[in-house]
Every structure is written in C-alpha cells, then in structure tokens.
Design a protein around this ligand. Structure first.
Ligand code: FAQ
Length: 337
C-alpha cells in the first residue's frame, strides 16, 4: 500500500506522512462514493468499509445456504412431479446465490474457511427468517411468496451497492429471486382457487405464521439500526429498513387480495394521507430473541450446517490431495529438463 520511498524514511517521519497519504486516499474514496462510482476489489477502501461489507455479504451468503434447509426439507414430499422439479431448482439456485456471495466476500480478503468458521461457531448471523419451521406444503408456497418477496424488495437496491463485486452478484441473484417469488405465489394460488377447504385453511395458517417474521426480515426499525447511517452514507445500503418494509407491506396487501387470504394484522389499513398502509406493532422482542439464537429452529439449523461441513471433510481432503499431486506433476518435468 505504501511506497518504498516512504518506507526508507526515518521512523519518526512515517506516521505523519502515512496519515497524509491515507487522508488523500480517504478523500478520493469519499469523492468517488459521492459521485456514485463503483469501488472495485483492488481499489483502496477504508478498513471499516471493508469490514462492513464482509459482515453484510458473508451474512447474506450464510442466509442463502441456511435458507436451503427449510425448503430442502420438502423436496421429497412435494405433491406433484412439476412442483418437485421447481422446488429442486429453487433450492439449487439458493446454493448458487450463496456461492456467488462467498466469492464476492472473498474479494475483500476474507477466506471462505474463515466465513464458515464464523457461521459454525455461532459468531456470524444469518437471516432470522430461516429459524422458523416449514410445517406443511403451504409453508413452501408462503416462503416463496413472502420470504422471497421480501428478499427481492431488499436486494434490488443492492444491485446498485457501491461495492461492484457485490452489486454484480446481486444482479444475477435478483433475476432468479423473482422466479422464486412467482413459483411460491403460483403454488398458493393453485390451492386457493382449485383446492379443498382444508387446503385453503392450510394456506391461511401458513400465512398467519409467516407474515410477522417476514416483515421482521428487513431488520430493526431505522432508529434502532446501528449500521444503517454509515452503510447508507457509503452506498452499501440504498434504502432504509423501514422504507423497504413499508414498500413490501404495500405490495403484499394487494397480492393477498388476489390470493384470497387475510394478512394477520387487524391494524392493517390504507392511510390516504401517507398513500401507504398503516400496520400494527411489530414484536421486536421476538426478532431479537431469534437473532440471539433462541428461535424455534436455531439449534437445528446450525447443527445441520456443522454436520454438512464435517461430513464433507473427506471431499475437501481428496480435493487438496489431488491439487498437491497436480502441482507436484507440474514441477517434476521442469526439474527433469
Ligand atoms: N436476521 O443495523 P442493522 C433470502 C442484524 S436472503 C438476522 O439494520 P444492517 C433469500 C444485523 O446483521 C435473506 N439478523 O444491520 C432466500 C445487525 O447485526 P450485526 C438475507 C439481522 O446490516 C429466500 C443488527 O441486526 N438477506 O432470503 C436481521 O445495516 C428463501 C442490526 O441491524 C440479506 O442478507 C435479520 N433479518 O441491515 C434464501 C440481504 N436484520 O451484523 C433461501 C443483505 C438485521 O451488526 C430461501 N443484507 N439483523 O451483528 C442487508 O440488506 C442488511 O444486512 C439487513 C440488515 C437489512 C439484513
């Protein structure tokens, strides 16, 4: 980062000169952010910007991978071949999203092993929503409709995130998320339009259980969101937690009407003045308890990820042994020559 000329200067002169250079780099970085330019992996960036990105992108990656569990649980029980093929493709897509995102985080200098270790030791977070159980087939449709719907609402603005590798990954991810939302809505519509009374009741029950956790996905209210101000200043987040939550609620109300389900909030009503829906109080104690590790499925989800990591040890060992052999073969002919 620093020039050789500076390294050869007397020690006492270094701190001032270094900070002068850093100041200049910081000013250039701030100007680029203000100008709406993208930051690439090789560009200079403040350490706090780098750390914030690693935190958000790795947590996002973990969410995609842990998010495979509640839906993967239903692949063998999908009601028709068509629904099974769709669900299989969706769960595979989530794995792909996780891999794009881990790659984007790696460009910031954090290894995938470090990120996995943070997840497995419980230090890293993943989305609160994946700590709820998928009890019936209607839960799978509801996850697609509400959870993927909330994910798209949150993720479309990240396609314009100031960190280019994250923004590029998000463009690809959002294209797939919109298919995910549609397939969930379609599965629910099929049950609500042509299903039995029991199937309709099953859909309503799933919506009742997933509604509040889905609107919590956007994170704490803006005035209790410690990272928002700085992340918005840096263009990592483009839209605040509360604004996205409101947009999601407004969109979901109309979709619920098409489906013929009731959203479980008696205070939900159109506010003519705000041109938005008012809604009831969110139970933030539930959110913080789930994020803190005490949700209905936190232990089960983490145990499944740790087991998958341990079961995969032989694959990682075999791949490294193969890579070592290949490297040795590449060196051997050169030595013989
Ligand atoms: N769950 O200051 P803020 C998906 C934490 S992907 C758990 O507002 P920030 C696709 C937050 O990390 C879903 N923790 O934080 C799919 C922070 O803690 P920390 C994931 C949460 O970062 C569908 C603390 O609270 N999407 O669904 C949550 O500015 C179906 C204070 O919060 C993303 O990750 C939460 N819901 O804003 C897959 C999108 N909310 O780290 C499979 C990218 C907040 O300081 C099946 N991420 N926290 O210890 C973001 O947009 C942001 O990180 C937010 C949080 C908006 C999630």
């Amino acid at each position: 980062m620093y020039t050789q000329a500076m390294d050869s200067m007397p020690t006492e002169a270094k701190p001032t000169l270094r900070s002068a250079e850093e100041l200049q780099l910081q000013q250039r970085f701030d100007a680029r952010i203000d100008d709406g330019q993208f930051i690439e992996a090789k560009d200079w960036m403040p350490e706090h910007y780098r750390k914030t990105l690693v935190r958000q992108i790795s947590q996002h990656a973990h969410s995609e991978i842990v998010g495979m569990l509640p839906e993967g649980n239903w692949i063998s029980r999908a009601p028709t071949l068509k629904r099974k093929a769709i669900l299989l493709a969706k769960v595979q897509d989530e794995a792909g999203h996780g891999l794009y995102l881990y790659s984007a985080a790696e460009t910031l200098g954090t290894s995938r092993d470090e990120m996995f270790e943070a997840l497995h030791s419980g230090r890293a977070k993943y989305s609160s929503i994946f700590n709820y159980p998928t009890l019936t087939w209607a839960d799978i449709g509801t996850v697609g409709w509400l959870v993927d719907g909330a994910a798209i609402m949150n993720q479309v603005p990240i396609c314009r995130c100031s960190y280019a590798p994250y923004a590029r990954a998000m463009v690809r991810i959002c294209r797939e998320e919109s298919f995910h939302q549609r397939q969930g809505f379609d599965a629910l519509l099929t049950m609500m339009r042509g299903g039995t009374e029991a199937q309709k009741a099953m859909v309503q029950d799933a919506v009742n259980r997933w509604w509040w956790p889905s609107i919590m996905m956007f994170g704490p209210p803006d005035d209790q969101s410690p990272n928002s101000e700085q992340s918005m200043r840096w263009g990592i987040k483009r839209v605040s937690n509360d604004t996205l939550r409101q947009k999601f609620i407004d969109a979901a109300v109309d979709q619920a009407k098409v489906l013929g389900v009731t959203l479980p909030d008696p205070d939900l009503k159109w506010n003519e003045q705000r041109q938005s829906h008012d809604f009831g109080a969110i139970d933030w104690s539930e959110f913080f308890s789930v994020v803190g590790g005490d949700g209905p499925c936190n232990r089960e989800r983490l145990a499944a990820r740790v087991k998958a990591w341990e079961d995969g040890a032989w694959v990682r060992d075999a791949a490294s042994a193969h890579a070592q052999k290949q490297a040795a073969k590449a060196v051997a002919p050169r030595q013989a020559a």
